[in-house]
Ligand binder design. Structure first.
Ligand SMILES: Cc1cc2nc3c(=O)[nH]c(=O)nc-3n(C[C@H](O)[C@H](O)[C@H](O)COP(=O)(O)OP(=O)(O)OC[C@H]3O[C@@H](n4cnc5c(N)ncnc54)[C@H](O)[C@@H]3O)c2cc1C
Length: 447
């Protein structure tokens, strides 16, 4: 197309954008890439922006290559940094992964991707221009949405006076800067809570820490790798309840044989997309209502060493888990007062110096706070995926508009594909998505 400054514009500059840039340049060496990302560092995003050594990858290094065709690339990078050969099986600090992506991006031949330090707030489909909050426009032949993970936010209003004491759990610097004697409430008990608790522990925290969520379920630890046999075809043929019953039976059989249940989840791991797609709409909705919390703590496991630290904190009473629903936050005598309802109906109340929001990621398109997604939705250029999650996309990542027509110049990568694919947040999926989108765009450019 005449007059385009860029070939491909990418909205969002986290890990997915870097994986895509690497794949594009391999297949289309002179591809002109522009990335809209307000943060200073590309490839950091929600997961890899931390500089805290206690925040570990939740996948062993051997599974984190940026390139599906060179599975040991991350390990080779770490070896060049002085790690020993055993690093492939270890859970290294997540900051190392950002350093790796940045190094691979720097090593790309030719002109570096253009990094526009701005948020994308709209898209002019006629002009094929991504509209930035700076007022600038990025015109490109194709647009890839890589907006990733955005915090859901606390489910209740937070008074303006709480500013500075109600903190996002991903604000790692603010968490690390809390006084060691502060009493802290963490809302949420998932992976973001784990990060915050580990940071407080690493800084020698002495104040009380309470973590609350409706089910108070903690992510479970990884086990040493091993193999379990699964009859995938039989599982795929079962409706949700029977499928979950069958999986519990398999896990119990492993336990009786003295083997960890984690082997079952490892065996299922490559089939997450097939398992999700084979459920009907009703079963998907039932899964989200009743089973997802249990699924998530088994599926999104943490490094054993991180789990050991958490277990120690809980055993010593340094971290208290509460099964409760947050109902109100108020400012009282210079502190925060959190009122909650326990699962058995009791009223609970904590007075703390800080409340950390670890409620996780918003995946429903209708509730997305991302201005670009809202603009695309309002313009009818995208529609929600199954169960209202993410976007409706084709298997190759091409996005469907509100009428169900498939765009040939608009793609999505990463957690925006969760409704269609479910397993669409971790590097093993993202690198394959990046390769597929890059192949499509390169083929289209060749005509
Ligand atoms: C805390 C945490 C730990 C994780 N650990 C692992 C792990 O160990 N291994 C693993 O495989 N996966 C892990 N994941 C999964 C993670 O989703 C992926 O690995 C990966 O980071 C996703 O990258 P992304 O670029 O798709 O999204 P993100 O990392 O969320 O990046 C999206 C980027 O888009 C930008 N953005 C959003 N909206 C706009 C807009 N409108 N305009 C411009 N920019 C925008 C944001 O600023 C952000 O930088 C983790 C996730 C989290 C949250």
């Amino acid at each position: 197309m005449q007059g385009m400054e860029h070939d491909v514009a990418i909205a969002g500059g986290g890990a997915s954008a870097v994986l895509l840039a690497l794949q594009l340049r391999r297949r289309w060496p002179d591809c002109r890439i522009a990335i809209a990302e307000p943060a200073a560092r590309l490839g950091a995003g929600a997961a890899y922006s931390t500089r805290c050594d206690e925040h570990l990858l939740n996948v062993p290094a051997g599974g984190m290559s940026a390139d599906p065709e060179t599975p040991d690339d991350f390990v080779a990078y770490l070896r060049a940094q002085g790690f020993d050969a055993g690093v492939a099986a270890r859970y290294v600090p997540r900051r190392r992964y950002h350093d790796y992506l940045a190094a691979r991006l720097r090593a790309l031949p030719g002109t570096a991707p253009h990094h526009a330090r701005a948020e994308a707030v709209g898209y002019d489909a006629q002009d094929r221009a991504l509209i930035l909050d700076s007022g600038a426009r990025l015109r490109a032949r194709a647009l890839v949405l890589a907006t990733g993970n955005r915090a859901r936010g606390l489910p209740i209003p937070v008074p303006a006076q709480a500013a500075g004491r109600a903190i996002g759990a991903w604000d790692h610097d603010a968490v690390a800067a809390l006084p060691a004697t502060a009493d802290v409430a963490i809302v949420g008990t998932g992976l973001s809570m784990v990060d915050a608790a580990l940071t407080l522990h690493a800084r020698g925290h002495r104040g009380r820490i309470v973590a609350l969520s409706r089910h108070a379920l903690l992510p479970l630890p990884h086990a040493a790798p091993g193999e379990a046999a699964v009859d995938l075809d039989a599982l795929l043929a079962l409706p949700l309840r029977a499928r979950l019953r069958a999986l519990r039976g398999e896990a119990e059989a492993l336990r009786r044989a003295g083997r960890p249940w984690q082997w079952l989840m490892q065996a299922l791991r490559p089939h997450g997309v097939a398992l999700w797609r084979s459920l009907g709409d009703g079963d998907r909705a039932r899964f989200l209502r009743h089973a997802v919390r249990y699924w998530d703590v088994h599926r999104h496991r943490i490094a054993p060493e991180a789990a050991a630290v958490l277990d120690g904190m809980i055993a010593r009473g340094d971290l208290v888990l509460a099964r409760a629903r947050l109902e109100a936050i108020a400012c009282e005598d210079g502190r925060l007062r959190l009122d909650a309802r326990a699962h058995d109906g009791r009223a609970l109340c904590w007075r703390v110096d800080a409340a950390l929001d670890a409620t996780g990621i918003e995946t429903r398109l209708a509730r997305s706070a991302d201005p670009l997604l809202a603009a695309l939705r309002d313009a009818g250029l995208v529609r929600a995926g199954p169960c209202g999650l993410g976007l409706d996309v084709e298997a190759d990542g091409a996005v469907r508009d509100a009428a169900g027509r498939v765009h040939d110049d608009l793609y999505a990568i990463g957690s925006l594909r969760i409704g269609t694919e479910w397993e669409s947040v971790a590097i093993p999926e993202l690198r394959v998505q990046a390769a597929t989108i890059a192949a499509r765009l390169a083929a289209a450019a060749r005509g």
